[in-house]
Write a protein that binds this ligand. Structure first.
Ligand code: GSH
Length: 207
């Protein structure tokens, strides 16, 4: 049975789920909730925490984007090869989430007032991932195989390059990582697709 992903017509918190499913060659049905549908209230009231994304796999219904990502990572075998790798992947993903949370705060609350401060701090945040990738010869955040955390980092890198085109200029390992992951056949096709290109990154039009 096909997965069903319900979300707004933006990349937002659903995009790391979409990217993972695409790369892993999995199909899903996308249910798009427009702003008007959402404001009407019925859909919001039907959601466990009053928010999207929602993910359905047969009779399982999940909310919370990170719970959805981890569920799929376990199911698709992209959550490390043992307990140790799993713990490291969790740690890396939490670090990517920290960056994503800063990005979301900037986009939705501070875009017109704190951009310069954000740009000053960004190299410091990216340098940490640069070091991690330089030290891991496997080519991924953890180990020798892609994990769900890698999709999240790739999206953050792509989003930050839209925000600040020079963001990766001083980070050769991040550039190589971005290029390598973007060249994976399913990811390449997805990044070049209308579905990806025509979907806004964020709900308020800022990027
Ligand atoms: N922790 C939740 C997750 O990761 O899924 C946050 C979900 C969330 O913030 N959803 C936003 C939403 O549904 C869109 S990205 N906003 C509409 C609302 O709160 O009414």
């Amino acid at each position: 049975m096909a997965y069903v992903l319900t979300y707004f017509p933006v990349r937002g918190r659903a995009e790391a789920i979409r990217l993972m499913l695409k790369d892993q060659g999995k199909d899903w049905t996308e249910v798009t909730v427009t702003r008007d549908m959402w404001l009407e209230g019925t859909v919001k009231n039907s959601c466990l925490f009053g928010q999207l994304p929602k993910f359905e796999d047969g009779d399982l219904t999940l909310y919370q984007s990170n719970a959805i990502r981890r569920y799929l990572a376990r199911k698709l075998g992209i959550y490390g090869k043992d307990d140790k790798e799993e713990a490291f992947i969790d740690m890396m993903d939490d670090a990517v989430q920290d960056l994503q949370n800063k990005y979301i705060k900037l986009i939705y609350q501070e875009y017109d007032t704190k951009k310069e401060d954000y740009f000053k701090q960004l190299p410091c945040d990216l340098a940490r991932f640069e070091k991690i990738l330089t030290c891991n010869e496997g080519g991924f955040l953890v180990g020798k195989q892609i994990s769900f955390a890698d999709y999240a980092l790739l999206l953050q890198l792509l989003n930050h390059e839209v925000l600040c085109p020079s963001a990766l200029d001083n980070f050769p390992s991040l550039q190589a990582y971005r290029d390598r992951l973007s060249a994976r056949p399913n990811i390449k096709a997805y990044l070049e697709s209308h579905a990806f290109k025509n979907t806004p990154i964020n709900g308020n039009g800022k990027q």
